[in-house]
Write a protein that binds this ligand. Structure first.
Ligand SMILES: [Fe+2]
Length: 306
């Protein structure tokens, strides 16, 4: 019998550790959220890793940092950002980057992630992850800013596709071609959010499989899963539900292409108990195991429907 990691996966076949995810083999994690602090600190559940929102901890002192330090004593933590706005054209704030780098040193995060979006104009911040025009000029600007962050913070950066509700007529390529262009130009990794791909595919009528097939798989350092809300005319990326079957199917396809990649479930609203969130994340096990067994030369096991 194979020894298993906390997420129950075979230790003999690790996640793809590449230079984009700091050569780490993370497993299955969940986002660290405030309602779960007490449970995690008192019960110390076994979790492969936590993703933390950098901006929640870029402070000098106080309860958030004290909690984070306690989490760091026991768990692998990876930083995820929501305000870098790689696609904006405003100068990047040196003060913000300094605070980010300070947190990088505190958490020892193997890599940083943030979104392929813009969100500020002339120093005014929208606090939204706005969709990009998919142009070569925008790709060049975005890649330069990603490279700057990588160089300044001295950790690899992986860039995440966002869900979107509008498109630009001036776009010169598909979203996945734009993501690929940015990643190649910046020589950075990709955080592939398969729920965001699904949401955007429904809102903009493209085949989500084309998206997954179209990105450079060797650059994917992490995958996000989440739930969303369906309305009459569009889908909203609310992160307040369990993952739906079509997104699990997309996930299965993504890890077939990319290998059994570090996986994280995001649940940000109507947050249920820690156990419920973690067990939802751990549903990824069977898909990862199917890919691993196939890679071992055995017959690929088709995961049952969730
Ligand atoms: Fe995400």
């Amino acid at each position: 019998m194979h020894p298993t990691s906390p997420s129950g996966v075979f230790l003999g076949l690790s996640m793809p550790a590449n230079r984009f995810n700091g050569f780490t083999d993370l497993g299955i994690g969940i986002g660290l959220r405030v309602p779960h602090y007490d449970h995690i600190l008192s019960k110390k559940p076994t979790v492969d890793w936590f993703e933390v929102i950098s901006e929640n901890y870029m402070v000098d002192a106080g309860r958030p940092l004290a909690i984070l330090d306690q989490i760091l004593e026991q768990y692998q933590v990876v930083q995820h950002g929501v305000s870098m706005y790689f696609g904006s054209t405003d100068p990047m704030s040196r003060e913000h980057l300094k605070r980010l780098k300070c947190l990088v040193r505190r958490t020892n995060t193997p890599f940083l992630s943030d979104h392929l979006c813009w969100g500020s104009v002339d120093g005014t911040y929208t606090h939204d992850l706005l969709p990009m025009p998919y142009t070569f000029a925008a790709a060049k600007n975005t890649a330069e800013r990603i490279k700057h962050v990588q160089d300044f913070c001295e950790v690899p950066v992986i860039v995440e596709n966002v869900s979107s509700y509008a498109e630009f007529h001036i776009s010169e390529m598909s979203e996945w071609e734009f993501l690929s262009e940015v990643a190649e130009r910046a020589d950075c990794g990709i955080l592939l959010d398969v729920n965001n791909i699904y949401v955007s595919s429904m809102n903009h009528s493209f085949n989500p499989m084309d998206y997954v097939n179209g990105v450079p798989h060797e650059r994917v350092g992490q995958i996000h899963l989440a739930g969303h809300s369906k309305y009459e005319r569009y889908i909203l990326d609310t992160h307040d539900h369990a993952v739906i079957d079509p997104v699990w199917k997309l996930y299965a396809h993504a890890i077939k292409k990319c290998g059994p990649t570090a996986t994280l479930l995001e649940w940000d609203a109507k947050i249920p108990s820690f156990e419920e969130v973690h067990s939802e994340a751990l549903k990824a096990r069977k898909y990862l195991d199917a890919v691993r067994k196939a890679a071992l030369g055995g017959k690929a096991i088709q995961p049952a429907a969730v």
